[in-house]
Structure formats: structure tokens, C-alpha cells
Design a protein around this ligand. Structure first.
Ligand SMILES: [Fe+2]
Length: 186
């Protein structure tokens, strides 16, 4: 299950219905796709897309997405840090960012035009749609592992536009999953 952290309000949301209701005013969809635990960790990309064909087709129809693929990131992925550095600075896209986590985890931070930044830790079974134009950034957790289905309206629209606000500088990617390692002494 996802975890929403409102650092400035010292508030954490963990209930999926509460999270969906909190995110809805920002145009963010949050849903649970159960069943990824039935897929072997070494499932191929086509097997993953096939296992989730039904919800993927529903999302495509709902959001006008035309293609879906699977991204697979591991600590040994070549050029991992360069890849992560593209997305861990505040940016926005010309099209929606839609992700469904099949394995691993990661954290989206959302920076609404009015109101404080909040973090969304996404784990296996979580689906999110961040609407085009939303200021956000993304970090992996310490295990640097994520496998996710991505949906696109037009892959050319998914280039990051950087806001250069450096809002991300004040936020650590807090991950509450099994890989979360508290700082020594805390
Ligand atoms: Fe992004």
C-alpha cells in the first residue's frame, strides 16, 4: 500500500481510500491493482503486460493512453545514477505520468501551486497518474529497485521540463518499506 507523507503538517496517510480522496483534488489518480504477488519476480515484460491487460485497457480508455511498456531498474542497471538524476529534480511533463508498480518501490514528491509539498511512496500493486503539468520529482528507495508498467499518450511528451526551483533540496525520499534504514542514533 502507498504511504502519503505531509511533512509540513506532520501527517501520514496509509488508508487507500483516504489517499485516493486526498489526491483527487490534484487530479492524481491512485488505485490498487491486486495480484502482482502472483507474478514470479523473473516474469518477462510481455507476461506482466498480459497479466494486467484488463486494468491497462481500462486505463487506456479512461486517459487516452495509447501504449504501455515495462521499465525495469536494478542497482546494477547501467547508467542508473544518470537516469535517476534526470527525474529527482522538480519537473513537469507535457503528458500524464502513469505508473503501476509491479516490483520494488519509489517516491513521488508533488509540489502543488498552492499548498505544501507531499510525498507518495509507491509499492507493489500501486497505480498512480500524475497529470500533465504537475510539478513533481521522483526518487528510488535505498534498494534502488523498481519494475513498473508505464502508459503513454505520446512518448514524445514525456521529456522533463525543469522548474529550477530546487524545491527537492529540502526533502529526503523517506521510504517506510522493508528497505527503509533510519539514520544512526534515531
Ligand atoms: Fe516525471
Amino acid at each position: 500500500m502507498a504511504t502519503v507523507t505531509l511533512r509540513d503538517e506532520n501527517r501520514v496517510l496509509e488508508d487507500p481510500a483516504e489517499i485516493s480522496a486526498f489526491l483527487a483534488p490534484f487530479g492524481i489518480w491512485y488505485r490498487r491493482f491486486e495480484g502482482s504477488d502472483q507474478l514470479p519476480e523473473n516474469a518477462t515484460d510481455p507476461e506482466i503486460l498480459d497479466a494486467y491487460r484488463e486494468p491497462i485497457e481500462l486505463l487506456k480508455a479512461e486517459g487516452g493512453y495509447v501504449t504501455a511498456d515495462v521499465i525495469n531498474v536494478k542497482p546494477e542497471t547501467p547508467g542508473l545514477d544518470a537516469m535517476l538524476n534526470k527525474f529527482n529534480k522538480e519537473h513537469w511533463h507535457d503528458e500524464d505520468e502513469v505508473r503501476f508498480i509491479v516490483h520494488g518501490r519509489g517516491v513521488f514528491h508533488i509540489h502543488p501551486p498552492e499548498g505544501p509539498v507531499f510525498g507518495i511512496e509507491m509499492v507493489k500493486g500501486d497505480m498512480i497518474r500524475v497529470p500533465r503539468g504537475t510539478h513533481h520529482w521522483f526518487d528510488l528507495c535505498s534498494d534502488k529497485t523498481i519494475r513498473a508498467v508505464r502508459l503513454f499518450q505520446d512518448t514524445s511528451g514525456w521529456t522533463p521540463h525543469y522548474t529550477e526551483t530546487k524545491a527537492e533540496a529540502g526533502f529526503e525520499p523517506l521510504c517506510f518499506g522493508p528497505s527503509y534504514m533510519p539514520a544512526p542514533g534515531i
